[in-house]
Design a binder for this molecule. Structure first.
Ligand SMILES: NC(=O)c1ccc[n+]([C@@H]2O[C@H](COP(=O)([O-])OP(=O)(O)OC[C@H]3O[C@@H](n4cnc5c(N)ncnc54)[C@H](O)[C@@H]3O)[C@@H](O)[C@H]2O)c1
Ligand SMILES: O=C(O)CC[C@@H](O)C(=O)O
Length: 317
C-alpha cells in the first residue's frame, strides 16, 4: 500500500504543510472545478480554505475520500450533507482565526468612522483636507452585533473597551451569556434602529441569507455604518448599494462579498465604503493555527482516530 494521498486545494501555512511530510501531497487550484475533480480521483484527504467549493460533484469525483478538512471556520463552501451521505468526514478549525477577524472588525469600525482610507487617498493625491474628514468618537455610541458567537463576543468585548454601548441580536444565545460579554440582547429591528454601527458575525445559511435587506436598512439611522466580516450575501448588496446611494446610511466596511473575488463590485465606487479582500483570517497566527488544526484532523482521520473539529458523524472506514 502506498502513502495516503492528500490534496491541498488552497494556500496553507508552511508550518501546516510541514506536518504532511509522510503523505503523498498534491497541490491543485481548488477554485477550478476541473482541476479539483482530477486531483480528487484517488485522494484520501482534501485540505481547503474558503476558495474551494466542495459540492456534490466534487465528492462524486472522489471515491476514496475520507476527510475534507477546512483550515478555518465557515463551512458554507462545503456540502456537509452530501459529504455525510458519501461517508466523508468534514472538519473545521472553529476557533483558529476568530481573534484575527474580531481585530479586523475593530479596525474597520475605526477606519470607517475616521475616514482613514479616503483621507489617505486625498493626501497621496496632494490634498491636505482636514475639515472634510471630521469623524465621530466611538465612546457613547451604540454598536449592534448581529450574531453573538465566537467572533461577535470578541468584538463586543473589544468595543466595550471604547466605552461603546453594545446591543446584540442572536436568538440562540441566552441573556446571561450576552450580559457576560457586556451586551444587551434585542430584536433585529430594534438593533437596526438604535445602532450607529451594525456588525455582522453570522454563518451563511439559508436562514441568514439576505437577513439584512431593504426593510432592515430602512430602519437604520442616517449615521449608521455597516460592517460585514462574516460572509457576503447575509447583507443584501443591492439593498446596501441603494441605501448608500440615497445616503440613508453613512457607510459600510466590507471584508466579504456575495461574489468573490469582488473586483467588479459596484460597492467599490462609493467613497463611504471601505473594502478588504476577505482578509479576516489573514494573519500569520490565524493561518498557523487553522492550518495545523486542519492537518491534525487529516492525520487523525487517516489513522482511524477521532477527529477534533468534525462537524458530522460518519461510519468508520
Ligand atoms: N472574514 C473572514 O475571513 C472570516 C473568518 C472567520 C469566520 N468568518 C465568518 O464569521 C462567521 C461567524 O464566525 P463565529 O466563529 O463567530 O461563528 P459562531 O458559530 O461562533 O457564531 C455564529 C453566531 O450566529 C448565531 N446565529 C446563527 N443563525 C442566526 C440567525 N439566523 N440570526 C441571528 N444569529 C444567528 C449563532 O447563534 C452564533 O452565536 C463564520 O460563520 C464565518 O462565515 C469570516
Ligand atoms: O480561508 C480564509 O482565509 C478565510 C476563512 C474564513 O472566511 C473562515 O470562515 O474561516
Amino acid at each position: 500500500m502506498g502513502k495516503p494521498k492528500v490534496v491541498v486545494a488552497d494556500p496553507l501555512a508552511e508550518s501546516a504543510l510541514a506536518g504532511l511530510g509522510d503523505y503523498d501531497v498534491r497541490h491543485c487550484a481548488g477554485k477550478d472545478p476541473e482541476a479539483l475533480h482530477a486531483a480528487l480521483r484517488d485522494a484520501d484527504a482534501l485540505l481547503i480554505r474558503s476558495g474551494t467549493r466542495v459540492d456534490r460533484e466534487a465528492l462524486a469525483a472522489a471515491p476514496e475520500l475520507r476527510i475534507v478538512a477546512r483550515a478555518g471556520v465557515g463551512l458554507d463552501n462545503v456540502d456537509v450533507a452530501a459529504a455525510t451521505e458519501a461517508g466523508v468526514i468534514v472538519a473545521n478549525a472553529p476557533l483558529s482565526n476568530v481573534l484575527s477577524v474580531a481585530e479586523l472588525t475593530v479596525g474597520l469600525v475605526i477606519a470607517s468612522v475616521r475616514h482613514i482610507v479616503p483621507a489617505n487617498t486625498a493626501l497621496r493625491n496632494g490634498r491636505w483636507e482636514r475639515a472634510a474628514f471630521t469623524g465621530t468618537e466611538l465612546a457613547g455610541s451604540t454598536v449592534g452585533i448581529v450574531g453573538l458567537g465566537h467572533v461577535g463576543t470578541l468584538v463586543a468585548e473589544r468595543l466595550a473597551a471604547f466605552d461603546m454601548r453594545i446591543v446584540a441580536y442572536d436568538p440562540y444565545v441566552p441573556q446571561a451569556r450576552a450580559a457576560a460579554a457586556g451586551a444587551q440582547l434585542v430584536g433585529l429591528d430594534e438593533l437596526m434602529a438604535r445602532s450607529e454601527f451594525v456588525t455582522v458575525h453570522l454563518p451563511r445559511t439559508p436562514e441568514t441569507l439576505g437577513l439584512i435587506g431593504e426593510r432592515e436598512l430602512r430602519l437604520a439611522r442616517p449615521t449608521m455604518r455597516l460592517i460585514n466580516t462574516a460572509r457576503g450575501g447575509i447583507v443584501d448588496e443591492s439593498a446596501l448599494e441603494t441605501a448608500l446611494k440615497e445616503q440613508r446610511i453613512a457607510g459600510a466596511a466590507l471584508d466579504v462579498f456575495e461574489v468573490e473575488p469582488a473586483v467588479d463590485s459596484p460597492l467599490l465606487a462609493y467613497d463611504t465604503v471601505v473594502a478588504t479582500p476577505h482578509l479576516g483570517a489573514s494573519t500569520a497566527q490565524a493561518q498557523d493555527r487553522a492550518g495545523l488544526e486542519a492537518v491534525a484532523a487529516v492525520r487523525a482521520a487517516l489513522s482511524g482516530e477521532p477527529v477534533a473539529g468534525a462537524v458530522n458523524r460518519v461510519p468508520a472506514r
